[in-house]
Design a protein around this ligand. Structure first.
Ligand SMILES: [Ca+2]
Length: 210
């Protein structure tokens, strides 16, 4: 083989190797494959701090809750009572939703969701928030492998502004939709609620990725 042909053959082989590596990267699921809102970070299965969920800092604690459905003895309020042993159970597979009224507008900068799930597997949870029930926008999508009791968490520097109603819709799951606990953290919104409601636009930098 002439030198030029050997060089060409090596180049072709190098190209094929890189193409194989890149194709492998594109199909390998992993943390980087989980979409997250700009400026935030998803954490699947961090060590749970029960005291934070049951503390007064949890804006969702004991707030009014509605849901698409529930089983007797496992009402929507069990998802915001500060106790991971009590569970809201919809009694059905997706799609199901639960909505919390925080009682006032907050700039929400952290969510912790503790699923009740059997079996473990791939789930998709869409998080909506807004100043009014029925006037909510998509904030974030959790998409990944989840299991019973392993918290899902998202944090956002600066927070999602003007959120009074928080709605979690589960669109995919191998299990009945159920939550052990939903905890919400943030600070009073810097914008008056009426003003937020009258000019409800979502900053491009906070637009969720699907
Ligand atoms: Ca609970």
């Amino acid at each position: 083989m002439k030198r030029q042909e050997r060089v060409a053959a090596r180049s072709a082989l190098t190209f094929l190797l890189w193409a194989t590596v890149l194709a492998g990267c594109a199909t390998q699921p992993g943390p980087s494959a989980i979409p997250s809102t700009v400026g935030s970070a998803d954490v699947f299965g961090p060590k749970l701090d029960p005291t934070a969920i049951a503390s007064a800092d949890n804006l969702a604690l004991d707030r009014p809750v509605t849901a698409s459905a529930f089983l007797p003895g496992q009402p929507p309020g069990a998802a915001v009572d500060g106790d991971v042993e009590t569970v809201w159970v919809s009694g059905s597979h997706p799609q199901q939703w639960i909505e919390i009224d925080l009682g006032a507008a907050f700039d929400v900068d952290r969510l912790v969701l503790v699923p009740a799930q059997d079996p473990a597997g791939a789930t998709v949870h869409r998080i909506f928030g807004g100043p009014q029930s029925g006037e909510v926008q998509l904030l974030h999508i959790f998409r990944g492998e989840t299991s019973d009791g392993a918290p899902l968490e998202v944090s956002l520097i600066g927070g999602w502004p003007g959120v009074r109603y928080l709605r979690i819709e589960t669109t995919e799951s191998p299990s009945w939709v159920a939550w052990r606990e939903i905890a919400v953290f943030g600070r009073p919104s810097s914008q008056p609620l009426a003003q937020v409601g009258a000019s409800w636009t979502w900053p491009t930098s906070l637009a969720p990725q699907s």
